[in-house]
Design a protein around this ligand. Structure first.
Ligand code: HEC
Length: 204
């Protein structure tokens, strides 16, 4: 019995992934079941669940103990995916940004292909003081622009962060809004204004 336990522990350590127990790779068993039973419909495609890109593969292989070298590799590759606004303008309308931040809809099987999505930012962040219903997985963004200012560095960092959160935090919980085509360039500009425009209620 002791020997079996030792084998299981050794397997878990080597694989670095809790889905492998003994000889069975439960991650792949689950994946096969999903591929067999799920169907793509509209924007809710099967590939979104079954196909991992390089960053997702590394994050799954090293869910907890990642070396700083692996983190740096993920972040450098993700930063390269970021597209800066074509016209060089980073801020849109904060009023529209507030709507994007509030909206948690999109990319479901019942949504039309190509329909605009929400950013659902309030699910994880405090943003304006007026909205008292928010999640706290992410840090509070209240007074973001007031505290950080509007330097070129801050504006560009914020754009890249929203476009691809993993550009600065490997395996972040925050969705990669631009990279994954969740938000359009115009929507990201509006959310940027919500965080950075001095006239936005975030910075009052
Ligand atoms: C599922 C949760 C989640 C959602 C949804 C989410 N975020 Fe985040 N966000 C996080 C987490 C967690 C962090 C901190 C870790 C990190 O930096 O990646 C973060 C960090 C940030 C930061 C960096 C803050 C700093 O101190 O530098 C910004 C800016 C940000 N989020 C903006 C947004 C915006 C704008 C939206 C909506 C378009 C959004 N987030 C949606 C979870 C989320």
């Amino acid at each position: 019995m002791r020997k079996i336990v030792a084998v299981v522990v050794a397997t878990l350590t080597v694989a670095g992934c809790a889905s492998v127990v003994g000889e069975t790779d439960y991650g792949h068993v689950a994946l096969d079941l999903i591929k067999q039973d799920f169907r793509s419909k509209g924007p809710a495609t099967l590939e979104r669940v079954t196909v991992q890109d390089d960053a997702q593969q590394l994050c799954s292989t090293f869910p907890k103990e990642r070396s700083s070298e692996v983190n740096a590799r993920i972040e450098a590759a993700q930063l390269k995916t970021v597209k800066l606004p074509a016209d060089g303008k980073y801020l849109g309308k904060w009023q529209e940004g507030e709507k994007v931040a509030q909206n948690g809809r999109g990319m479901q099987s019942s949504d039309a292909l190509g329909a605009p999505n929400g950013g659902n930012c309030y699910a994880c962040h405090q943003i304006t003081k007026q909205e008292i219903s928010f999640g706290n997985i992410g840090p509070s963004l209240y007074q973001y622009g007031k505290v950080r200012g509007g330097s070129d560095e801050i504006v560009k960092y914020t754009w890249c962060k929203i476009y691809n959160a993993q550009a600065y935090t490997a395996c972040s919980n925050m969705p990669r809004f631009g990279h994954n085509g969740v938000l359009t360039e115009a929507q990201i500009k509006d959310v940027m204004a919500l965080l950075l425009d001095p006239a936005s209620p975030v910075n009052k």
